[in-house]
Ligand binder design. Sequence first.
Ligand code: MEV
Length: 313
Amino acid sequence: MSFTSSAPAKIILFGEHAVVYDKPAIAVPVSSLRATASAEESNIFQIIAKDLDRVFPIDIQSQVVDDALALTVHLVLQHLKLAPPPVSITIQSQIPLASGLGSGAAVSTALARALGKVLGHELSDFELNQIVYEVEKIHHGTPSGIDNTVIVYEKPIYFIRSKPIEIIDIAKAFPLVIADTGQQASTRISVGDVRKLYENTPNEIQLILDEIGQIVEQAREVIKTGALERLGPLMLRNHACLQQLTVSSSQLDHLVQVAIDAGALGAKLSGGGRGGNMIALATFDTINAIEAALHHAGAVRVFTTVVDKQQVG
Ligand code: MEV
Protein backbone atom coordinates (compact mmCIF):
# COMPACT_ATOMS: atom_id res chain seq x y z
CA MET A 1 0.00 0.00 0.00
CA SER A 2 1.35 3.42 -0.89
CA PHE A 3 -0.40 6.74 -1.58
CA THR A 4 1.07 10.01 -2.78
CA SER A 5 -0.66 13.38 -2.82
CA SER A 6 0.65 16.81 -3.62
CA ALA A 7 -0.21 20.50 -3.70
CA PRO A 8 1.29 23.49 -5.51
CA ALA A 9 2.94 26.73 -4.41
CA LYS A 10 1.06 29.97 -4.97
CA ILE A 11 1.70 33.56 -5.92
CA ILE A 12 -0.45 36.52 -5.00
CA LEU A 13 -0.60 38.70 -8.10
CA PHE A 14 -2.50 41.57 -6.52
CA GLY A 15 -4.12 42.51 -3.24
CA GLU A 16 -2.12 40.88 -0.43
CA HIS A 17 -2.70 42.40 3.01
CA ALA A 18 -5.74 44.38 1.82
CA VAL A 19 -7.47 41.00 1.36
CA VAL A 20 -7.33 40.55 5.14
CA TYR A 21 -9.61 43.64 5.32
CA ASP A 22 -12.24 42.22 2.93
CA LYS A 23 -10.74 43.75 -0.23
CA PRO A 24 -10.41 41.52 -3.30
CA ALA A 25 -7.14 39.84 -4.32
CA ILE A 26 -5.91 37.72 -7.22
CA ALA A 27 -3.74 34.63 -6.78
CA VAL A 28 -2.49 31.86 -9.05
CA PRO A 29 -1.06 28.42 -8.33
CA VAL A 30 2.51 27.57 -9.32
CA SER A 31 2.01 23.98 -10.37
CA SER A 32 5.69 23.33 -11.13
CA LEU A 33 6.69 23.85 -7.50
CA ARG A 34 5.04 21.36 -5.12
CA ALA A 35 4.78 19.84 -1.66
CA THR A 36 4.29 16.06 -1.63
CA ALA A 37 3.05 13.62 1.03
CA SER A 38 3.67 9.89 0.54
CA ALA A 39 2.10 7.32 2.85
CA GLU A 40 3.54 3.82 3.41
CA GLU A 41 2.47 1.04 5.76
CA SER A 42 4.19 1.18 9.15
CA ASN A 43 3.87 -0.21 12.69
CA ILE A 44 3.04 3.17 14.12
CA PHE A 45 1.51 6.36 12.83
CA GLN A 46 4.24 8.86 12.11
CA ILE A 47 5.03 11.89 10.01
CA ILE A 48 8.51 12.28 8.56
CA ALA A 49 9.18 15.84 7.49
CA LYS A 50 12.71 15.79 6.13
CA ASP A 51 12.69 19.31 4.73
CA LEU A 52 11.48 20.66 8.04
CA ASP A 53 14.15 18.62 9.82
CA ARG A 54 11.66 16.81 11.98
CA VAL A 55 10.67 13.17 12.43
CA PHE A 56 8.07 12.56 15.03
CA PRO A 57 5.32 10.18 15.95
CA ILE A 58 2.59 12.72 16.51
CA ASP A 59 0.72 12.65 19.80
CA ILE A 60 -2.74 13.14 18.43
CA GLN A 61 -4.31 12.50 21.84
CA SER A 62 -2.81 15.76 23.04
CA GLN A 63 -5.37 18.45 23.66
CA VAL A 64 -2.92 21.23 22.77
CA VAL A 65 -2.28 21.03 19.08
CA ASP A 66 -0.06 23.96 18.18
CA ASP A 67 2.01 22.37 15.45
CA ALA A 68 0.77 22.78 11.89
CA LEU A 69 1.37 19.17 10.84
CA ALA A 70 -0.12 17.75 14.04
CA LEU A 71 -3.12 20.03 13.71
CA THR A 72 -3.66 18.94 10.09
CA VAL A 73 -3.72 15.28 11.17
CA HIS A 74 -5.91 16.06 14.15
CA LEU A 75 -8.48 17.92 12.03
CA VAL A 76 -8.64 15.24 9.32
CA LEU A 77 -9.15 12.47 11.89
CA GLN A 78 -11.74 14.53 13.76
CA HIS A 79 -13.57 15.32 10.51
CA LEU A 80 -13.66 11.68 9.42
CA LYS A 81 -14.25 10.44 13.00
CA LEU A 82 -11.50 7.86 12.56
CA ALA A 83 -8.42 6.70 14.48
CA PRO A 84 -4.90 7.20 13.15
CA PRO A 85 -3.95 4.50 10.63
CA PRO A 86 -0.69 2.53 10.86
CA VAL A 87 1.18 4.53 8.23
CA SER A 88 4.29 6.58 7.91
CA ILE A 89 3.73 9.75 5.89
CA THR A 90 6.81 11.38 4.40
CA ILE A 91 6.55 15.03 3.50
CA GLN A 92 8.81 16.69 0.98
CA SER A 93 8.55 20.19 -0.35
CA GLN A 94 10.22 22.08 -3.17
CA ILE A 95 8.64 25.29 -1.88
CA PRO A 96 10.97 27.53 0.14
CA LEU A 97 9.73 28.22 3.67
CA ALA A 98 8.51 31.64 4.85
CA SER A 99 8.96 33.22 1.44
CA GLY A 100 5.45 34.16 0.36
CA LEU A 101 4.89 31.07 -1.83
CA GLY A 102 2.46 29.29 0.48
CA SER A 103 4.72 26.47 1.65
CA GLY A 104 2.74 25.93 4.89
CA ALA A 105 -0.63 25.66 3.17
CA ALA A 106 0.80 23.41 0.45
CA VAL A 107 2.34 21.01 2.98
CA SER A 108 -0.90 20.85 5.00
CA THR A 109 -2.95 20.28 1.84
CA ALA A 110 -0.71 17.46 0.62
CA LEU A 111 -0.71 15.84 4.08
CA ALA A 112 -4.49 16.08 4.54
CA ARG A 113 -5.08 14.70 1.04
CA ALA A 114 -2.76 11.73 1.61
CA LEU A 115 -4.26 10.95 5.00
CA GLY A 116 -7.79 11.08 3.59
CA LYS A 117 -6.80 8.65 0.82
CA VAL A 118 -5.16 6.24 3.29
CA LEU A 119 -8.34 6.26 5.34
CA GLY A 120 -10.43 5.51 2.27
CA HIS A 121 -12.13 8.94 2.26
CA GLU A 122 -10.78 11.24 -0.43
CA LEU A 123 -11.52 14.69 0.93
CA SER A 124 -13.31 17.08 -1.40
CA ASP A 125 -11.65 20.42 -2.18
CA PHE A 126 -14.32 22.09 -0.04
CA GLU A 127 -13.53 19.89 2.98
CA LEU A 128 -9.78 20.27 2.47
CA ASN A 129 -10.05 24.03 2.18
CA GLN A 130 -11.82 24.27 5.53
CA ILE A 131 -9.24 22.07 7.24
CA VAL A 132 -6.23 23.89 5.78
CA TYR A 133 -7.76 27.27 6.64
CA GLU A 134 -7.86 26.23 10.30
CA VAL A 135 -4.19 25.21 10.09
CA GLU A 136 -3.28 28.51 8.41
CA LYS A 137 -4.29 30.29 11.60
CA ILE A 138 -1.14 28.84 13.20
CA HIS A 139 1.03 30.40 10.48
CA HIS A 140 -0.80 33.67 10.00
CA GLY A 141 -2.95 34.47 13.02
CA THR A 142 -5.79 36.06 11.03
CA PRO A 143 -5.50 34.61 7.52
CA SER A 144 -7.84 35.83 4.81
CA GLY A 145 -8.07 32.30 3.41
CA ILE A 146 -6.64 33.18 0.00
CA ASP A 147 -3.52 31.01 0.33
CA ASN A 148 -5.33 27.78 1.24
CA THR A 149 -8.01 28.43 -1.39
CA VAL A 150 -5.66 28.93 -4.37
CA ILE A 151 -3.53 25.99 -3.26
CA VAL A 152 -6.37 23.54 -2.60
CA TYR A 153 -8.30 24.38 -5.81
CA GLU A 154 -5.11 24.90 -7.88
CA LYS A 155 -6.79 27.48 -10.07
CA PRO A 156 -6.28 31.22 -10.68
CA ILE A 157 -8.72 32.96 -8.36
CA TYR A 158 -10.28 36.33 -7.68
CA PHE A 159 -10.89 36.14 -3.96
CA ILE A 160 -12.87 38.11 -1.42
CA ARG A 161 -12.93 36.85 2.15
CA SER A 162 -16.10 34.92 3.02
CA LYS A 163 -17.47 35.17 -0.54
CA PRO A 164 -17.76 32.34 -3.09
CA ILE A 165 -14.53 31.80 -5.03
CA GLU A 166 -14.36 33.14 -8.57
CA ILE A 167 -12.06 31.29 -10.96
CA ILE A 168 -10.47 33.81 -13.34
CA ASP A 169 -10.42 33.12 -17.03
CA ILE A 170 -7.01 34.15 -18.33
CA ALA A 171 -7.39 35.61 -21.83
CA LYS A 172 -3.71 35.72 -22.72
CA ALA A 173 -0.78 33.86 -21.13
CA PHE A 174 1.90 35.93 -19.45
CA PRO A 175 5.29 35.02 -17.96
CA LEU A 176 6.16 36.01 -14.42
CA VAL A 177 9.72 35.95 -13.18
CA ILE A 178 9.83 35.11 -9.47
CA ALA A 179 12.87 36.08 -7.42
CA ASP A 180 13.63 35.21 -3.81
CA THR A 181 15.38 37.78 -1.61
CA GLY A 182 16.60 34.88 0.53
CA GLN A 183 15.26 36.69 3.57
CA GLN A 184 12.70 34.60 5.41
CA ALA A 185 9.87 36.65 6.84
CA SER A 186 6.90 35.86 9.04
CA THR A 187 3.50 36.64 7.53
CA ARG A 188 2.06 36.61 11.03
CA ILE A 189 4.34 39.53 11.98
CA SER A 190 3.76 41.60 8.83
CA VAL A 191 -0.01 41.07 9.04
CA GLY A 192 0.12 42.00 12.74
CA ASP A 193 2.11 45.18 12.00
CA VAL A 194 -0.41 46.27 9.36
CA ARG A 195 -3.12 45.67 11.94
CA LYS A 196 -1.33 47.99 14.40
CA LEU A 197 -0.99 50.66 11.70
CA TYR A 198 -4.68 50.31 10.93
CA GLU A 199 -5.60 50.68 14.59
CA ASN A 200 -3.35 53.74 15.04
CA THR A 201 -4.23 55.60 11.82
CA PRO A 202 -7.42 54.02 10.45
CA ASN A 203 -8.27 56.79 7.97
CA GLU A 204 -4.87 56.84 6.27
CA ILE A 205 -4.64 53.05 6.08
CA GLN A 206 -8.21 52.73 4.83
CA LEU A 207 -7.31 54.96 1.86
CA ILE A 208 -4.40 52.65 0.96
CA LEU A 209 -6.58 49.55 1.30
CA ASP A 210 -9.24 51.17 -0.91
CA GLU A 211 -6.60 52.01 -3.51
CA ILE A 212 -5.39 48.38 -3.50
CA GLY A 213 -9.00 47.24 -3.94
CA GLN A 214 -9.35 49.45 -7.04
CA ILE A 215 -6.05 48.17 -8.46
CA VAL A 216 -7.25 44.58 -8.05
CA GLU A 217 -10.55 45.31 -9.85
CA GLN A 218 -8.66 46.84 -12.77
CA ALA A 219 -6.18 43.96 -12.86
CA ARG A 220 -9.02 41.45 -12.97
CA GLU A 221 -10.43 43.15 -16.09
CA VAL A 222 -6.98 43.27 -17.72
CA ILE A 223 -6.38 39.56 -17.08
CA LYS A 224 -9.83 38.67 -18.38
CA THR A 225 -9.45 40.76 -21.55
CA GLY A 226 -5.76 40.21 -22.24
CA ALA A 227 -4.80 43.92 -22.41
CA LEU A 228 -1.58 42.98 -20.63
CA GLU A 229 0.25 46.27 -21.31
CA ARG A 230 -1.91 47.70 -18.51
CA LEU A 231 -0.88 45.04 -16.00
CA GLY A 232 2.70 46.25 -15.31
CA PRO A 233 1.73 49.76 -14.14
CA LEU A 234 -0.91 48.22 -11.86
CA MET A 235 1.76 46.01 -10.28
CA LEU A 236 3.95 49.04 -9.60
CA ARG A 237 1.03 50.92 -8.05
CA ASN A 238 0.25 47.90 -5.88
CA HIS A 239 3.90 47.70 -4.79
CA ALA A 240 3.85 51.40 -3.83
CA CYS A 241 0.77 50.78 -1.66
CA LEU A 242 2.52 47.85 0.03
CA GLN A 243 5.52 50.10 0.72
CA GLN A 244 3.16 52.50 2.45
CA LEU A 245 1.84 49.61 4.53
CA THR A 246 5.52 49.07 5.57
CA VAL A 247 5.62 45.48 4.32
CA SER A 248 8.28 45.93 1.65
CA SER A 249 12.03 45.84 2.37
CA SER A 250 15.09 47.47 0.84
CA GLN A 251 15.99 44.20 -0.92
CA LEU A 252 12.47 43.79 -2.33
CA ASP A 253 12.48 47.41 -3.55
CA HIS A 254 15.91 46.87 -5.07
CA LEU A 255 14.84 43.73 -6.95
CA VAL A 256 11.70 45.49 -8.21
CA GLN A 257 13.85 48.31 -9.63
CA VAL A 258 16.37 45.86 -11.12
CA ALA A 259 13.58 43.97 -12.88
CA ILE A 260 12.15 47.18 -14.33
CA ASP A 261 15.59 48.31 -15.52
CA ALA A 262 16.01 44.91 -17.21
CA GLY A 263 12.78 45.33 -19.17
CA ALA A 264 10.00 44.06 -16.90
CA LEU A 265 6.62 45.69 -17.56
CA GLY A 266 5.89 45.80 -13.86
CA ALA A 267 7.01 44.24 -10.58
CA LYS A 268 5.97 43.98 -6.97
CA LEU A 269 6.50 42.02 -3.81
CA SER A 270 4.23 39.00 -3.44
CA GLY A 271 2.73 37.57 -0.25
CA GLY A 272 3.40 38.74 3.29
CA GLY A 273 6.46 40.82 2.34
CA ARG A 274 9.42 42.13 4.41
CA GLY A 275 11.43 39.48 2.55
CA GLY A 276 10.44 36.41 0.58
CA ASN A 277 9.66 36.74 -3.10
CA MET A 278 8.97 39.43 -5.64
CA ILE A 279 7.36 38.93 -9.05
CA ALA A 280 8.12 40.68 -12.33
CA LEU A 281 5.94 40.74 -15.43
CA ALA A 282 8.03 39.77 -18.47
CA THR A 283 7.32 39.16 -22.12
CA PHE A 284 8.50 35.92 -23.69
CA ASP A 285 11.45 37.90 -25.16
CA THR A 286 12.61 39.48 -21.93
CA ILE A 287 12.52 36.51 -19.52
CA ASN A 288 16.23 35.70 -19.84
CA ALA A 289 17.42 39.28 -19.37
CA ILE A 290 15.21 39.80 -16.32
CA GLU A 291 16.22 36.48 -14.76
CA ALA A 292 19.93 37.27 -15.28
CA ALA A 293 19.61 40.77 -13.82
CA LEU A 294 17.80 39.47 -10.72
CA HIS A 295 20.45 36.78 -10.16
CA HIS A 296 23.15 39.39 -10.56
CA ALA A 297 21.36 41.64 -8.04
CA GLY A 298 21.60 38.93 -5.37
CA ALA A 299 18.32 37.02 -5.64
CA VAL A 300 18.99 33.55 -4.21
CA ARG A 301 16.54 31.74 -6.44
CA VAL A 302 14.99 32.93 -9.70
CA PHE A 303 12.52 31.06 -11.86
CA THR A 304 9.75 31.80 -14.33
CA THR A 305 6.19 30.57 -14.39
CA VAL A 306 3.72 31.16 -17.18
CA VAL A 307 0.28 32.17 -15.97
CA ASP A 308 -2.18 30.65 -18.42
CA LYS A 309 -5.29 28.57 -18.79
CA GLN A 310 -3.21 25.39 -18.40
CA GLN A 311 -2.86 26.20 -14.75
CA VAL A 312 -6.55 25.46 -14.49
CA GLY A 313 -7.19 21.80 -13.78
C1 MEV B 1 -0.10 36.03 2.51
O1 MEV B 1 0.22 35.14 1.45
C2 MEV B 1 -1.21 36.95 2.10
C3 MEV B 1 -1.62 37.98 3.13
O2 MEV B 1 -2.60 38.80 2.52
C4 MEV B 1 -2.18 37.32 4.37
C5 MEV B 1 -3.55 36.69 4.14
O3 MEV B 1 -4.22 36.99 3.17
O4 MEV B 1 -3.92 35.88 4.99
C6 MEV B 1 -0.46 38.87 3.55
